[in-house]
Design a protein around this ligand. Structure first.
Ligand SMILES: *[C@@H]1O[C@H](CO)[C@@H](O)[C@H](O)[C@H]1NC(C)=O
Ligand SMILES: *[C@@H]1O[C@H](CO)[C@@H](O)[C@H](O)[C@H]1NC(C)=O
Ligand SMILES: *[C@@H]1O[C@H](CO)[C@@H](O)[C@H](O)[C@H]1NC(C)=O
Ligand SMILES: *[C@@H]1O[C@H](CO)[C@@H](O)[C@H](O)[C@H]1NC(C)=O
Ligand SMILES: *[C@@H]1O[C@H](CO)[C@@H](O)[C@H](O)[C@H]1NC(C)=O
Ligand SMILES: *[C@@H]1O[C@H](CO)[C@@H](O)[C@H](O)[C@H]1NC(C)=O
Ligand SMILES: *[C@@H]1O[C@H](CO)[C@@H](O)[C@H](O)[C@H]1NC(C)=O
Ligand SMILES: *[C@@H]1O[C@H](CO)[C@@H](O)[C@H](O)[C@H]1NC(C)=O
Ligand SMILES: *[C@@H]1O[C@H](CO)[C@@H](O)[C@H](O)[C@H]1NC(C)=O
Ligand SMILES: *[C@@H]1O[C@H](CO)[C@@H](O)[C@H](O)[C@H]1NC(C)=O
Ligand SMILES: *[C@@H]1O[C@H](CO)[C@@H](O)[C@H](O)[C@H]1NC(C)=O
Ligand SMILES: *[C@@H]1O[C@H](CO)[C@@H](O)[C@H](O)[C@H]1NC(C)=O
Length: 846
């Protein structure tokens, strides 16, 4: 048993050295306390070899009265707590009863002592005056080595220099005094032997010996003031180490002796906590904001041993000093739990990330190894604490916009490394495409989003797929403005791109848009003006566009020439056409008829012939001379001769059902003469009215043809005779051109002989008929024009006298004259009526 203990002590000692070297104290290995209020044999006690202990049962007799003991009787009693105890400081209490006294006068040999020693568990010293611990002159080698004894001496031993028979003194070894001595010369001085104490022999007293911080005090019977007090370095004297040493009670006597009984005995090691030796352990130097971390404080006493009992938790304080990190620091809350075993669990909940120096104080004194360093890492990103930076106000359609989020934990610490990973998502109302973040370092998340529809959005930035939103979210004013104008997306409307009535102002309105179909109704960038070009010069100038109050661009023009045009609207600077360009623009005539611009065309305006239907077309036009689509004007056509005398000529003016801007005017003249045709629309003459038409005679009408001439009037024989056949039309208009077939046959009635006239076409409507008669007689003259006998009821005949006129000849003459008169009379009428034609004829005839 002893062997095993020894081995384990050695092992623990090595460990302890390591700790001492680290300046951190050592675990306790030796005994710290024991208590006996009675004694039994199995107690952990050891005894000096010559000592035969007597167990109470309630006491332990160190000495006993023996009336039969002779002068040679010398007894030694020594009882040791079997195991080593810490003796750097202690508090020992024991009650001793000294009874059955045998001596008086010089006292009762010899007393007892409290002894601490570092020699052995069964040590003992000399008997009698040696009081079981010290050497005496007779036994100089029997002093306990490496020991300190507090003796309670009850016998005045002159050999030992005792001052009286009731004193207390302290005796200890020195390097020179290897064996402790009971001689008062060796008593610790001051104070030396203290005699001013209650009587010991014959009394029962409670003795309390306290050794604290090198001060040794002895109290008797709970006295407030010590009976004895001194200062002594016990550990040094007994070469104490952490393995401890022995504590015991010794006594001695001689001859009869007396009873020395120990009624109770308790020992306590006195531990006084020393901040400078206490240390922290179980430090987890990495903690996370918001999470509770803890470490342990191991109390160490002034002697370097682990403190083993509880204390006052409030005496422990912790100071956190941040040595790096940013932002304000909130000092962690600290909680100290006394584990009642000399350790304290100190927990703290840091919230500000950073590196800290931590100093633990006990009673305002810093512990050993302070400060120690811990790192507080940021906690997981907390959306509600994370700041959003960058573009929350929007930008231009189609442009990638950036927002950054500084990821912070619940305590506003920036979480620099995206640990654990988080993703932010920006989502938009109104159909805006949502976008997710990517981590770009330094605790920063980038969300790049692109919106194409210009408007104001509400952006909601959520966190890691949850509904949690970042600080400030939702952002209500993300405004996207249109991108640059895009010709092919810009649209035109209005009359200007379709057309309208000639002369009216037509306007093309262009809504400029960007490539995302966003309307650009304000802030049209410089250099993006529009121009409209025409395909035909008739359309006039290029169309210029100006900004309207509503932001559209309007260009106006007026075209007076009806027709179809192409309007190409292009946008600078590219010069590309806008959507739908070129635009077919149709300009239609006005609906108000302008007589002055209206025209008439057709053959019937230049030539006509009597009896034939002549026609021309009247075209209604507007004031710009555009042929109208339809006209509601009323038309009037009238005829007159050169001198303005109205002519009644049958005519019609019929609106063309296929083109209601036209009238077909047709008329049938009867008189071949220069005729004025006046055409008016709504009472006003049309352009170039009146028109002068030379009405030609109609086609030959045999009925209105006649013959005349001397050859008929005074026929003779044997001379060439001639007359003229005058041709005319149905309306008695003399023909003015030839080409008719005129046949003339003269038949002598009696003989039946015939003579054929030779006909010469004078090409002016007259035909000269020449013949020669060889015999006289009555001739029947047949004149055919185009195969039809001319004249109405007229019959041509003549009597050719035989060189004198017979009755018949005269009759024929009279008849011929009558016929002539008839012809001349008719001619006079025609002359009056158709003077010009007549004179023409006369000219031709002349
Ligand atoms: C203490 O000293 C004793 C000798 O006096 C020795 O045997 C023991 O190992 C020492 N203990 C330590 C922890 O040094
Ligand atoms: C005595 O010591 C033991 C361990 O050695 C300890 O558990 C106990 O608390 C101590 N008692 C007192 C009263 O100090
Ligand atoms: C020493 O022990 C006595 C008796 O047990 C006690 O009253 C006293 O307070 C103790 N002193 C110290 C310093 O431990
Ligand atoms: C004294 O000793 C005797 C003999 O041993 C014993 O009987 C007696 O009880 C003792 N008296 C006291 C007070 O202890
Ligand atoms: C934390 O402890 C580990 C291991 O004990 C050490 O390597 C590291 O340097 C310590 N960090 C700080 C900040 O003290
Ligand atoms: C957003 O970031 C991208 C890439 O860094 C960059 O090309 C773009 O110009 C940024 N957008 C704005 C509006 O700054
Ligand atoms: C975010 O979500 C991812 C994937 O679900 C998860 O791994 C991560 O831990 C989450 N981050 C936080 C900070 O909760
Ligand atoms: C992070 O921040 C540091 C200091 O502000 C800077 O030097 C470094 O360039 C940043 N790194 C990145 C990836 O932004
Ligand atoms: C763009 O303009 C057109 C025409 O004025 C209009 O109908 C449309 O609603 C506008 N779009 C927006 C987004 O305002
Ligand atoms: C229309 O614009 C073109 C090009 O700018 C120019 O050459 C042309 O003369 C302009 N025409 C008119 C009628 O202004
Ligand atoms: C004359 O001709 C036109 C068309 O050629 C016709 O409409 C009209 O009836 C004709 N007039 C007469 C009198 O025959
Ligand atoms: C002339 O001859 C025609 C036909 O030959 C005849 O009909 C007519 O009676 C004749 N006239 C005279 C007066 O004989």
């Amino acid at each position: 048993m002893r062997q095993i203990i020894t081995i384990s002590l050695v092992f623990l000692a090595v460990l302890a050295l390591v700790h001492v070297a680290a300046g951190q104290g050592i675990p306790s290995t030796a005994v710290r306390n024991f208590t006996y209020t009675g004694f039994v044999a199995r107690d952990e006690l050891d005894f000096g070899v010559e000592f035969n202990p007597v167990f109470g049962p309630e006491n332990l007799k160190l000495m006993f009265y023996d009336p039969l003991g002779g002068d040679e009787r010398i007894e030694v009693g020594a009882v040791w707590y079997k195991r080593r105890a810490h003796l750097e400081s202690f508090n020992v209490t024991f009650t001793v009863r000294m009874s059955n006294l045998s001596h008086t006068g010089v006292g009762n040999p010899d007393g007892f002592a409290l002894v601490v020693q570092n020699h052995r568990a069964n040590a003992f010293g000399a008997g009698a005056g040696g009081i079981g611990y010290g050497a005496t002159p007779d036994y100089e080698d029997l002093g306990v080595r490496r020991s300190v004894a507090v003796e309670f001496d009850t016998y005045l031993d002159e050999n030992l220099g005792d001052p009286n028979s009731n004193h207390i003194s302290v005796h200890h070894t020195t390097p020179e005094r290897v064996h402790n001595s009971a001689h008062e010369e060796t008593a610790l001085t001051p104070p030396g032997a203290v005699t001013n104490i209650p009587g010991i022999a014959g009394f029962t007293h409670k003795y309390n010996v306290q050794y604290i911080e090198k001060q040794l005090s002895v109290y008797i019977d709970d006295s407030a003031s010590p009976a004895y007090q001194t200062t002594i370095d016990i550990p040094s004297i007994i070469s104490l180490n952490s393995s401890g040493a022995f504590v015991g009670l010794t006594a001695a006597c001689m001859s009869t002796c007396e009873d020395v009984e120990v009624l109770d005995w308790s020992f306590n090691y006195v531990a006084i906590l020393d901040a400078t030796k206490s240390f922290v352990t179980n430090v987890k130097n990495n903690s996370v904001a918001g999470r509770t971390s803890s470490f342990t404080v191991q109390g160490v006493d002034t002697n370097g041993y682990y403190y083993q009992t509880g204390g006052d938790a409030s005496k422990w304080t912790v100071e956190f000093t941040r040595v790096s990190g940013s932002g304000s620091v909130v000092s962690p809350s600290v909680n100290v739990v006394d584990k009642n075993d000399g350790t304290y669990t100190i927990s703290y909940a840091p919230t500000s990330a950073g590196v800290y120096d931590v100093t633990v104080y006990y009673n305002a004194n810093a512990l050993a190894g302070m400060p120690f360093r811990i790192t507080v890492d940021p906690g997981a990103v907390d959306a509600t604490k994370s700041d959003i930076l960058g573009n929350i106000n929007g930008g231009v359609a189609g442009q990638p916009l950036n927002i950054t989020i500084l990821g912070k934990d619940a305590f506003n610490n920036v979480n620099p490394n995206n640990n654990p990973p988080a993703t932010f998502t920006a989502s938009f109302n109104n159909g805006g495409a949502s976008a997710s973040s990517s981590f770009i370092g330094n605790g920063t998340y980038l969300i790049q989003y692109t919106l194409t529809t210009a408007r104001t959005y509400t952006m909601t930035v959520t966190y890691n797929g949850t509904a949690q939103q970042v600080k400030g979210s939702p952002f209500n004013a993300v405004t996207i403005t249109p991108a640059l104008p895009e010709p092919s997306a810009s649209v035109a409307s209005g009359t200007g791109i379709v057309g309208g009535t000639a002369g009216t102002t037509l306007t093309a309105v262009v809504l400029v848009r960007d490539r995302f179909q966003n309307n650009i109704t304000s802030n049209l960038p410089a250099g993006y003006q529009l121009t409209g070009f025409w395909d035909k010069p008739a359309a006039g100038n290029n169309v210029t566009f100006t900004v309207q109050p509503d932001g559209t661009l309007a260009g106006s023009y007026a075209i007076s020439t009806a027709g179809t045009y192409r309007l190409t609207i292009v946008m600078a600077p590219t010069g590309l056409p806008i959507s739908g360009s070129p635009f077919p623009v149709t300009i239609s005539a006005e609906t108000i008829t302008s007589a002055a611009q209206s025209v008439a065309t057709g053959a019937g305006l230049t030539t006509a012939s009597a009896g034939n239907n002549a026609s021309f077309t009247v075209q209604a036009r507007d004031q710009f001379g555009n042929n109208m689509a339809s006209s509601d004007a009323s038309i009037a056509v009238s005829f007159s001769d050169d001198s303005g005398v109205p002519l009644q000529i049958a005519h019609t003016a019929v609106q063309n059902s296929a083109d209601r801007s036209q009238w077909i005017v047709s008329y049938v003249p009867t008189n071949a003469l220069s005729t004025r045709i006046s055409v008016s629309l709504n009472g006003a003459p049309i352009k170039a009215s009146p028109f002068i038409v030379n009405v030609h005679p109609g086609t030959l009408d045999p009925k209105n043809c006649f013959a005349e001439g001397l050859g008929l009037a005074t026929p003779k024989t044997k001379v060439p005779l001639s007359f003229v056949v005058i041709t005319a039309d149905h309306f008695n208009n003399r023909l003015k051109s030839g080409g008719a077939t005129i046949d003339v046959t003269l038949k002598e009635m009696k003989s039946g002989a015939t003579v054929t006239g030779s006909v010469q076409d004078l090409n002016n409507g007259a035909y000269n008929v020449g013949f020669t008669l060889t015999r006289s007689g009555t001739y029947n003259i047949t004149i055919n024009a185009n195969g039809v006998p001319i004249g109405k009821d007229t019959k041509y005949s003549m009597v050719v006298p035989n060189e004198g006129l017979g009755a018949l000849g005269w009759a024929l003459i009279v008849l011929a004259i009558l016929a002539l008169i008839a012809v001349v009379g008719g001619g006079a009428f025609w002359y009056l009526k158709y003077y010009k034609a007549r004179s023409d004829y006369d000219e031709i005839g002349a």
